[in-house]
Design a protein around this ligand. Sequence first.
Ligand SMILES: [Zn+2]
Length: 591
Amino acid sequence: MKQTKMLRSLYALVTLLLVGCATSLIGQTSPAPSPSTQTAPEPQVSTRDTAAQPAAAASFDQVIDRAIEREHFFMAQMKQLHPLVETYLQNLKQDKELDAPVPSSDVYFLGRLDMSEGTDDRTFSSPTTAGLGKRMFRKVSDQFTVNFLPLGFAQMVVLDEDFQRKYYDFAFVRREFLGEVRCIVIDVAPKKDAGRGRFVGRVWIEDQDYNIVRFNGTYYPHPRAGYYLHFDSWRQNLRPGVWLPSLIYSEESDLKYRLGQTLNYKAQTRLWGYNLKDLRRNSEFTEITVDPLQAVQDQSQKAQDASPIEAQRAWERQAETNVLDRLQQIGLLAPEGEIDKVLLTVVNNVMVTNNLDIQPEIRCRVLMTTPLESFTIGHTIVVSRGMIDVLPDEASLAMILTHELAHIVLGHHLNTKLAFNDRMFFPDERTFERMDFARDRGEEEAADKKAMELLNNSPYKDKLSNAGLFLKAVQARAPELKNLIRAHLGDSLLNGNATRMSSLMTASPQFDPKKADQVAALPLGGRVKVDPWNNQLELVKTKPVAITNPADKMPFEVTPFFPFLTRLGTASAPEKAAPVPEKTAATPTGQ
Ligand SMILES: [Zn+2]
């Protein structure tokens, strides 16, 4: 079939389609083969013994040969790997008062990458995008419809599926450090008649194994009725000798397409969950050994049956554990780590001053995704990575966590049908249909009221004006950022016209995007650093950047990536990794 071939072929893959072309695809694209319930195929990454490396390349030609060889090795590796891939895109419009572009609408995709037959992804960001091929197209602009193809962004992990010397001209630019990794910078341009969709732009090749660690440009020439977008694609050293895609920034500010329309957007694509094998083994172990009545440890020592109330609690805890395990297996929930402890400290601050003693004990976990949401699963409070990124201060974090704590204090239960293990057997893409932790309006209002009580009796009680300001910013940006301010699993900060914890807003200042010193919400990506191999998270310690221009505040906005690259096994300080949250192009380190 012509269209199937089109989707598989790098050259013809159209990242952005005009509606006429999209319509023909909608008619003809067959749905992706339905995947099994298997969630995380075992990654088979062969690594390189760095001690047995051949000598350094002696000439520019040798550098090219080695890089091409490594790129073929990379392509072979990627076919075995199935990371999650998330793209969050903001369309932009010019704000005359700020004299800067601001978001006008947004788009969100989440799926699992499968390159075993070309660049494909199984989309599961919502019931409306999962499954059928036609649903993979999302309407972006009402005026003149432009469609983004989720796999168009996923495709930006690949420089050229068949990278060959004969197709390209190469020109040495300079040597340059990316983080601590010394690179050879080369400009790459396709030769005449090299075929469609070849890479054109700049590549950074690390000078030990000659892996491409970054490439910045686009594909060329583009097909009729379609365009390739510009991107900046980063890889990280996740296994010895192996560099895998982790971050892609894409932007167009004046892409002209039919009838004088201009495309203006910026987008972040993140990949993670390359190695979910170990996580899965742990959870299998848990499933075998945890029996409902032994789930609470102190009971197992008593050598007697649980009392009815103990059994009920244990049953609920089992439902909770099942759900957490499943979300972690899929790669949506980060494994337990440092940030959980930070969140728990804030929760404890509220609990201690309110004399709360809650059993089983409260836990905190982080959802790996960008949309701003929080929810409880039994006694576990879950907050999304994106939410942690944009919250301006600890009191705002306390507001989010205390609302969830209030659900627990009020005894709002998790549906215990999830205590049966078979309820967890469903394909990854259906996660958002099968798992739903949203509360009804009544429970939400009760939790808000209780949370205010708890906060007013906490160390945060005099610092809540910024939390109210954050909520005002959410409310102000909600019409444009529907996909960011929207929960997939839990509750959104907005419920119809009601904003969560709205009573905090009355005592807070006016949200004013033009005031340089008012920080209501931060840009995305500035706080949480992800290890794409094992999903471990850590807090980024960046120096606050003095903001003099209101346009630099960029609340809730997407910014370019500039990770501090390190080599595995070398003494490095991961906290040095610093995405640059500034509008201006990041300046490369070193030279
Ligand atoms: Zn709630």
